[in-house]
Write a protein that binds this ligand. Structure first.
Ligand SMILES: [Zn+2]
Ligand SMILES: [Zn+2]
Length: 281
């Protein structure tokens, strides 16, 4: 098995536990939160903790590691205080990411709250530039596609706007399969998958696409409603996911699961096993 497959795992009880949690579910890469996802407070990892984690993850070959930014972040907010908090938390996540040798920090850009993308575009671009300027050279910011919910930024054309304004090899993309399906990409069919791949090439480019969030969808095609389902149990289904992860253009990307889990405990061994079964490399 050469493919990198893992999931979002808990760091409860200490960063080191993410390693055990990943091994327990049979993963060989991972995603974590570098603090509570629903609280602004962020502290730097103590150097010893970061170094031990980095070393253990290498020894046990659990790479790459991704940090998911907190959910409160909104780079498009018109509230100056919230925007400042978003920036600060993101900078801390990226700094912590660099300390543990993470491949990047995955971010939901936020919501324009009905004002429209054109109104907030310049602000979002400026903030992204500021964050990149304020963070270590080894850190990477990874923007995630949205499910097409009203106001949520992250369609492929919107992401393309950002990339045409920010030229940095420290800015990348994570595509979430549930979000793309919910946003209307019917990659369950071969023709639909080709359309999605074409749009990725047109709007993003292969050098920018770094990782896939591999989730089935609990809501139908084009629902614009973000709800993840266990692999094979949702509207995408295992045939659709199988074709997708093995597409020549996508077959080398790490796969990170953010599924509810059979017992509702998050990405588990059963879901990872289901992916291993449909993965050809
Ligand atoms: Zn995701
Ligand atoms: Zn989601």
């Amino acid at each position: 098995m050469t493919r990198r497959i893992g999931g979002h795992v808990s760091t409860a009880g200490g960063l080191q536990n993410a390693i055990e949690n990943t091994i327990a579910i049979g993963g060989n890469c991972m995603q974590i939160f570098a603090g509570s996802p629903r609280m602004w407070a962020r502290t730097p990892y103590p150097t010893k903790v970061a170094e031990a984690f980095r070393e253990q993850s290498m020894i046990r070959d659990l790479r790459p590691i991704y940090i998911h930014a907190l959910y409160l972040t909104n780079l498009a907010s018109d509230n100056a205080e919230l925007l400042e908090k978003s920036k600060k938390a993101l900078i801390m996540d990226m700094t912590n990411g660099a300390a543990i040798g993470a491949a990047g920090v995955i971010l939901h850009i936020g919501s324009h709250q009905g004002r429209g993308w054109r109104v907030v575009k310049d602000q979002v671009i400026t903030v992204i530039k500021e964050v990149l300027d304020a963070t270590p050279n080894g850190s990477v910011l990874i923007l995630e596609n949205s499910a097409g919910q009203k106001g949520k930024i992250g369609s492929l054309p919107e992401l393309a706007d950002i990339f045409s304004a920010v030229t940095s090899d420290r800015l990348k993309i994570c595509l979430d399969t549930a979000h793309a399906f919910e946003a209307g990409y019917n990659f369950v069919t071969e023709a639909g998958l080709e359309m999605w791949v074409k749009d990725i090439e047109k709007y993003i480019g292969w050098d920018k696409l770094d990782v896939l969030h591999l989730n089935d969808s609990k809501t139908p095609l084009g629902s614009a409603h973000d709800m993840h389902q266990n692999i094979g149990d949702g509207y995408i289904g295992s045939e659709g996911l199988k074709r997708l992860i093995n597409h020549p253009r996508l077959a080398s990307l790490p796969l990170l699961l953010e599924v509810p889990g059979i017992e509702g405990t998050g990405p588990d061994k059963e879901n990872i096993d289901r992916v291993k079964k449909i993965c050809k490399n």
